[in-house]
Design a protein around this ligand. Structure first.
Ligand SMILES: Nc1ncnc2c1ncn2[C@@H]1O[C@H](COP(=O)(O)OP(=O)(O)OP(=O)(O)O)[C@@H](O)[C@H]1O
Length: 257
């Protein structure tokens, strides 16, 4: 077994008397796609916020590739290779689609200092940006201003921006939220293709169960802050307690909507 990219041990977050995340343990292996699901208030966002450094755990440990990152600020965690999508908040609307990705690619090369010649750096940055846009199937939008493209395409651009920093672990926060059914299908299949390249490790939160079951190698089911179950999509679908606590609840909500 390889060393995990992310190792979460006994992670707990309390807000006063309310335990939002309770004693979670999880290991994510390189190239895995892991999804976190759970009903509203289950603690998914709090868990995510601790991994990306936006919240400090009350107890427990978070290790990234063997290094303790517990409680480090977001910019440090990001520099160590964890990149998080922020639901299109990290897109510059007045720049073109290509320029948005170039900014992120440049930021990455700025850190790595591999390319010091200005002209060759420019060309390499442009090429890398175009490759990423092609991967996300939005290359034909390269010269459009980001503010004029569709919501679904903005979300794909956001993923391109995230991948431009060559993250070791990619956190995708509800990647299909707000999308039309067609956009959702397209985005799910694109993320699946990215995962299949073996270049990325994804940790995803998502409410859409079709997306989760279509993407995840393993699923962490949270319920009231606790780890209710971790397993493959088939194991999750078949787990009676999960069905009762989450899938059943969803059916009831749909029935009463
Ligand atoms: N900053 C905060 N201060 C106090 N309580 C909080 C804070 N953030 C979250 N909580 C509480 O922690 C619990 C877990 O919330 P969290 O947002 O992590 O759940 P979630 O699974 O992401 O829910 P949703 O699916 O609705 O986004 C909830 O009871 C919530 O009210």
């Amino acid at each position: 077994m390889t060393d995990p990219i992310l190792k979460i041990s006994n992670l707990t977050k309390r807000f006063g008397g309310n335990t939002a995340v309770s004693d979670i343990n999880l290991e994510i292996q390189p190239q895995e796609t892991v999804a976190i699901i759970g009903p509203n208030g289950a603690g998914k966002t709090t868990f995510y916020n601790m991994v990306s450094g936006r919240m400090t755990p009350t107890e427990g440990k978070i290790e990234l590739e063997g290094q303790d990152i517990t409680g480090l600020p977001p910019h440090k965690i990001s520099r160590m290779g964890v990149s998080r999508s922020f639901q299109i908040n990290n897109i510059f609307p007045e720049m073109t689609v290509q320029e948005n990705v170039e900014v992120a690619v440049t930021a990455f090369h700025g850190h790595s200092r591999k390319l010091f010649n200005f002209a060759s750096r420019n060309k390499a940055v442009q090429e890398e940006a175009r490759e990423l846009l092609a991967k996300l199937q939005i290359l034909e939008l390269a010269d459009r201003r980001a503010e004029v493209i569709s919501y679904g395409d903005k979300r794909l651009l956001e993923i391109a921006v995230v991948l431009a920093t060559r993250p070791h672990l990619v956190l995708l926060d509800e990647p299909t939220a707000g999308m039309t059914p067609d956009e959702t299908k397209r985005t799910t299949s694109l993320i699946r293709q990215l995962a299949d390249t073996g270049e990325y490790t994804f940790l995803i939160t998502e409410h859409d169960m079709d997306v989760v079951f279509g993407l995840a190698d393993r699923i962490l089911v949270m319920h009231r802050g606790e780890n209710l179950f971790v397993g493959t999509p088939d194991e999750v679908k078949a787990h009676p307690e999960v069905r009762r606590a989450y899938l059943g609840e969803e059916e009831e909500e749909e029935a009463s909507a």
